[in-house]
Write a new protein. Structure first.
Length: 301
């Protein structure tokens, strides 16, 4: 029977799926629930230095093909997050997602995540709706290089960089991550978007701009991983619109050695991880793939 075990550099996962940052991953208990539902690891909500309330409502709605959100990175701040990590870390592999305004913030946050027991840190260089953070720092290759270098010298756990699709220089940014010693790239975060109410003649979100996720973004994410595979040698993690084993297989064949699921937890519930695992195993058995490694990048050959 095919093995779903996969390696992201030095990190070995029994299953290739993880929860994506921002979905059911802000408390210790929800992280544990993810780990018990067939995910190989769980990524936390992106955490900053100080508590942040996020944007006012409306900040989330369903649209055709997915969701839009402009949560604005609500989180309790890194010091209070310690207690959630204490609950989750003994139960499995936790990747600490962090956001900051520059190298100093990211280094301080990463060191605390390492201290709390995270097995890797994921740098959110890609949120499209938080002023001064996310894609505002993650679309400048020089800034990306200095953030990744700074974090690399402040922790000994692997450093993953999560990139935005809202740029025409994705591969240059990917190379900047690799040049700075980054251990893996996660792609993609949400696509910058807007929804307008004709009745009110205004954008619906309180923040005006938001990020699109879910099924509609999958082809963009698959293309991003495909492009990155041709530009860098470090491991890639695919995210964006994955809700079935076929979606996961597309990302793996584009070049990802693991994947993350976000919006589909909203539409399908936590059972989505075991459904994907069962479907992937059956496909791999039928098509003669003994393990995930054999499938990684198959679409390039
Ligand atoms: C409600 C919501 C909150 C999110 N919060 C974060 C976050 O805090 N940090 C982050 O890096 N990505 C965040 N994301 C982006 C997801 O992690 C993921 O990259 C994106 O939704 C695409 O995957 P999906 O189509 O499977 O949802 C959020 C997405 C949603 C829908």
């Amino acid at each position: 029977m095919a093995s779903l075990k996969t390696e992201i550099g030095s990190i070995v996962l029994d299953k290739p799926g993880m929860i994506a940052s921002g979905i059911m991953d802000e408390t210790g208990k929800s992280l544990v629930r993810v780990l018990e539902s067939g995910a190989g690891a769980a990524v936390t909500k992106s955490i900053g230095l100080e508590p942040k309330p996020g944007h006012d409502s409306p900040c989330f709605m369903e649209v055709s093909g997915g969701y839009v959100n402009a949560m604005g990175l609500p989180n309790p701040g890194i010091d209070l997050f310690r207690e959630e990590m204490e609950i989750a870390v003994p139960k499995g592999k936790i990747i600490g997602s962090i956001y900051g305004a520059g190298p100093g913030d990211f280094s301080e946050l990463a060191a605390k995540m390492e201290d709390y027991g995270a097995c890797a840190v994921e740098l959110n260089l890609s949120c499209p709706h938080a002023k001064g953070y996310g894609m505002e720092v993650g679309t400048d290759p020089e800034m990306v290089k200095s953030i990744v270098s700074a974090v690399k010298s402040s922790v000994s756990i692997p450093v993953w960089a999560k990139l935005t699709p809202n740029t025409h220089i994705l591969t240059r940014i990917g190379q900047a991550v690799q040049d700075a010693g980054g251990d893996a790239i996660v792609a993609i975060n949400t696509l910058k978007a807007m929804v307008i109410s004709p009745e009110f003649a205004r954008p619906i979100m309180s923040n005006k701009f938001c990020g699109l996720s879910g099924e509609a973004v999958k082809p963009v994410g698959v293309r991003a991983i495909y492009d990155l595979r041709s530009a860098v040698d470090i491991p890639l993690i695919g995210v964006g619109g994955i809700s079935t084993w076929r979606d996961a297989a597309e990302y793996i064949m584009a070049g990802a050695c693991a994947f993350q699921v976000g919006s589909a937890v909203g539409t399908k519930g936590m059972g989505v991880f075991s459904q994907i695992n069962d479907g992937l195993s059956a496909f791999m058995d039928e098509y003669g793939y003994a393990n995930i490694k054999d499938m990684v990048g198959a679409a390039h050959e």
